[in-house]
Unconditional design. Structure first.
Length: 679
C-alpha cells in the first residue's frame, strides 16, 4: 500500500504540472480497488481548479462506474464551481446542493467532504439562518468523521457569532485540533494569539504559528502543486501574517498560481496588482488580466473590467465600454452590475438616459440585496426623483440598506430621527441608530458627540463612560463645540477619564473661544474656587458677566450672589436680586430659592414673608428637590405658612424620590414621630 501511495503521489505531481490526464486515468481505473485513492485524486483536481474542463468530467464519469458516492460529490463541486465562474441562475446551486445531499448520505471517503460543502452552501445561500442548528450539526458530524476542514469551519462559526453565540474558547479548541492539518487554522490561531483574544501558550506563539502556516502551505505545494495552496501562501505574504509580509514573494506566488490558468488565481493576481501601498502596483496589468477573464465569461471580472473602464483605471476612460459590460453582467444576474448599469442609465453615462429603466433596475437590484441600490432608492423616494416623494418608503429603503451593513444609510437614518426629516424626531431612535453608526466607523462629529454624551449619562443607551469619553474626544478634536465643552466637564469631574483640573480649564477656554456661553460660566466657577487655576475673584466676575450677558441662567445666579455677598464685586443686593429675577424668569430653580433667601433676610425693599413662600412654591413647581425640601420645612414649622404636615410629607416624598439626602432623613424622622403618636 505504501508503494501505491508513492506512485499516486508521483502521479499527482506529474498531473498537476501538465499531465492531468494521468490523474484522471488513475482515478477512473483504480477507484474500484482504492476508493480513498480515487477520492484523493478528485480532491487534487478540485484543488488544481480543474472542475470545469473535460479532464474532470472524464474522471467523474470513470469513477461513477465503481463508486457513485465520490462521483456524486464531484458533480456537486462541478456545479457549484460553474456557478461561481459564470454566475448564472440559482439552478446550478440547486444542483450542487442536491448532489452534496446525496453524497452526504452515502458512506465513503467523500461523505465528510460532502457534508462540509453542503453546510457551506447552506450558509452561502442564507438557508443556514433559518435552521442554524442543523447546519452546525452537519459540520460537527463531518468533524466526527475525520474532516479537519469541518473543524476549521466550525471555528469560524463560533468566532463570528453568526449562526451560534460567539464562543472564542470553543473556536480555539477547534483550531488547535486541526491546525496541524489546515494551514488556515494556524493562521487564524496566530491572529487570535497576536490580538490577545485568547491566552497564548507562549509569547512567541503567534509568530510561531504564522511561520508554521507558511511552512505548511509550502509543503502542500510541494506535495500536490495545488493552486489553492499557492494562493494561500501568496495571501500570507500579502499581509495575512503581518510579521511575514513580503510583497515580492506574494507577487511570485500569485503569478505562479495564475500560471496554471485558474480563474481564481488570475483574479487574485489582478487584485494584487491593483492594491496600493505594495510598491508593486500595476493598474494596467490588473486591467489587462480582468479583461482577459471577462472574455471567458467570468462574471466578477466583467464587473471589474467595467469598473476600471468607467473610472479610467489602468487605461483610458471608456463610459460606453463600461455601460456595455454592465449591461452584459446584468443579463448574467449580477446585482452589483445591475446597480451600476442603473446609475449609468439614470445619468446617461455611456448609454442613452432612461430614468424609468434605471429605477426598474434599482428596485430589482435592491430587492436582490444590493446595498448601494437600496441607498439610491431611499434617495429617490426622499427627493422625489423620477417617483413621487414618499418619506415612509425612503426610510424603509434606508433601513434596508443599513441592515445590510451600509454606513451611509445608517447615518442617514440616525440623522432623519435627529432632524425630524422623513419621520417624526425621536431622540431615543436617533441615539440607537447613532450608536450603530459609530460602531460601524462613522466619524460624523455631531453623531459622535450625541452618542458619547448619551453613553456617559446612560440616556437611552447602556452607560459606558469610558467609551462615551472617547467619542466626545473624537468629536471635540474635529471642532464640535458642545463636545469640547463636554470633554472639559469630563476632565473636571473625572467622568470616563482621570480627573485633571488643568486640562478641564484648557478645554473650557477652548469651548469659550468657540462661543459656548456655558464655558464662560465654568471658567468663572474655576477662578472663583481656584479649580485648576489660581483663585481670582475679579476674573471670576468677568467670566460670570460674559456668561450672564449671553443669557446663561446659572451664571446669572452666581453673578447675583456676587453682588449680594460683595465677593468679586461691590456689594449691591438690589442689583444681585435683579439678576436672580432674570434667572428665575428663565426657569432656574436655584434663582428662586436664592430670591426666597433675599426676602427672608430682608435684603431688598418691600421684602416679605409672602414673597419667601411664593418663590419657594415656584421653585418646587419646577421640580427642584431642594426647593421642595425647604418648603416642606416651612410647612412643618408653621413659621411662614400655616402648618400642614400632609403637604410637608408629600413634598418630602417627592424630594426623596429625587435622591435629596436631607429630605430622606427628615421624612424618616417625620414617619417615626407619626408612628410614636399612634401608639
Amino acid at each position: 500500500m505504501g508503494k501505491v501511495r508513492i506512485l499516486l503521489r508521483g502521479a499527482g505531481l506529474a498531473a498537476l504540472v501538465g499531465y492531468v490526464g494521468a490523474v484522471a486515468f488513475l482515478a477512473a481505473n483504480w477507484s474500484s480497488v482504492w476508493p480513498q485513492a480515487a477520492s484523493d485524486r478528485i480532491d487534487a483536481l478540485i484543488d488544481a481548479g480543474h472542475t470545469d474542463d473535460d479532464v474532470f468530467a472524464k474522471a467523474v464519469a470513470g469513477i461513477r462506474r465503481f463508486n457513485p458516492s465520490i462521483a456524486t460529490y464531484a458533480e456537486g463541486v462541478a456545479a457549484e464551481s460553474s456557478q461561481s465562474a459564470t454566475a448564472t441562475s440559482e439552478a446550478a446551486l440547486d444542483l450542487a446542493e442536491s448532489k452534496y445531499s446525496e453524497a452526504a448520505a452515502m458512506p465513503g471517503p467523500s461523505q465528510a467532504s460532502a457534508m462540509v460543502r453542503l453546510a457551506r452552501l447552506q450558509i452561502r445561500r442564507g438557508e443556514a439562518n433559518r435552521n442554524p442548528s442543523a447546519t452546525i450539526k452537519l459540520m460537527e458530524r463531518a468533524f466526527q468523521l475525520g474532516s479537519s476542514r469541518a473543524g476549521f469551519e466550525l471555528s469560524q462559526i463560533y468566532l463570528s457569532g453568526d449562526l451560534a453565540p460567539r464562543d472564542r474558547n470553543r473556536a480555539v479548541r477547534y483550531l488547535k485540533a486541526v491546525s496541524e492539518a489546515i494551514p488556515e487554522a494556524s493562521l487564524a490561531l496566530a491572529k487570535i494569539y497576536r490580538d490577545g483574544a485568547a491566552p497564548a501558550p507562549s509569547q512567541a506563539a503567534g509568530a510561531d504559528l504564522g511561520a508554521r502556516a507558511m511552512w505548511q502551505f509550502e509543503e502542500r505545494i510541494e506535495q500536490t502543486g495545488a493552486t489553492k495552496y499557492m494562493l494561500a501562501l501568496a495571501n500570507a505574504y500579502n499581509g495575512a501574517i503581518p510579521e511575514g509580509s513580503d510583497y515580492a514573494k506574494a507577487l511570485y506566488w500569485f503569478e505562479r498560481a495564475a500560471g496554471g490558468g485558474s480563474r481564481e488565481a488570475l483574479a487574485s493576481l489582478a487584485k494584487f496588482y491593483a492594491k496600493p501601498g505594495t510598491g508593486l502596483q500595476d493598474l494596467a496589468k490588473a486591467r489587462t488580466i480582468y479583461e482577459r477573464l471577462a472574455e471567458t465569461g467570468n462574471l466578477s471580472a466583467i464587473v471589474k473590467t467595467a469598473d476600471f473602464k468607467r473610472a479610467g483605471t489602468g487605461g483610458p476612460v471608456d463610459h460606453e465600454g463600461a455601460a456595455e459590460l454592465y449591461e452584459k453582467a446584468t443579463a448574467l444576474g449580477s446585482a452589483a452590475a445591475e446597480f451600476r448599469y442603473a446609475i449609468a442609465l439614470r445619468d446617461g453615462q455611456g448609454v442613452e438616459r432612461d430614468p424609468a429603466r434605471s429605477f426598474e433596475l434599482l428596485e430589482k437590484s435592491a430587492n436582490a440585496g444590493n446595498v448601494g441600490a437600496a441607498v439610491e432608492l431611499g434617495r429617490a423616494y426622499e427627493k422625489g426623483t423620477h417617483v413621487p416623494a414618499d418619506p415612509a418608503k425612503a426610510m424603509e429603503w434606508y433601513k434596508a440598506a443599513a441592515s445590510r451593513g451600509s454606513l451611509k444609510a445608517t447615518v442617514r437614518v440616525a440623522l432623519a430621527y435627529a432632524r425630524g426629516v422623513l419621520v417624526e424626531a425621536n431622540n431615543k431612535e436617533y441615539l440607537a441608530w447613532g450608536l450603530r453608526a459609530v460602531e460601524r466607523g462613522a466619524k460624523l462629529p455631531r453623531v459622535q458627540s450625541a452618542v458619547g454624551a448619551a453613553l456617559i449619562a446612560g440616556t437611552y443607551l447602556p452607560q459606558d463612560r469610558a467609551r462615551g469619553f472617547q467619542l466626545l474626544m473624537s468629536a471635540a478634536n474635529s471642532g464640535r463645540a458642545e463636545a469640547i465643552l463636554a470633554v472639559a466637564r469630563c476632565y473636571a469631574f473625572g467622568i470616563g477619564v482621570k480627573q485633571d483640573a488643568g486640562k478641564a480649564v484648557e478645554w473650557y477656554e477652548l469651548a469659550a473661544s468657540r462661543g459656548r456661553v456655558a464655558a464662560y460660566w465654568e471658567l468663572g466657577r474655576a477662578y472663583a474656587s481656584g479649580f485648576g487655576v489660581p483663585m481670582d475673584e475679579n476674573l471670576a466676575y468677568e467670566y460670570f458677566v460674559k456668561a450672564a450677558s449671553g443669557g446663561y441662567a446659572a451664571a446669572m445666579v452666581d453673578l447675583g450672589r456676587m453682588y449680594i455677598t460683595g465677593f468679586g464685586a461691590a456689594r449691591d443686593p438690589e442689583r444681585g436680586a435683579a439678576w436672580l429675577v432674570k434667572a428665575a424668569e428663565l426657569g432656574n430653580a436655584n434663582a428662586m430659592i436664592e430670591l426666597a433667601n433675599v426676602h427672608r433676610e430682608r435684603l431688598v425693599p418691600n421684602a416679605s414673608d409672602a414673597e419667601v413662600v411664593a418663590w419657594l412654591k415656584r421653585g418646587a413647581e419646577t421640580g427642584s428637590a431642594r426647593a421642595e425640601y425647604v418648603l416642606a420645612l416651612n410647612y412643618l414649622s408653621g413659621q411662614l405658612v400655616e402648618r400642614d404636615v400632609k403637604k410637608a410629607e408629600a413634598l418630602l416624598v417627592s424630594a426623596t424620590a429625587k435622591h435629596n439626602a436631607p429630605a430622606k432623613t427628615r421624612l424618616k424622622l417625620l414617619r417615626e414621630q407619626e408612628q410614636m403618636e399612634t401608639q
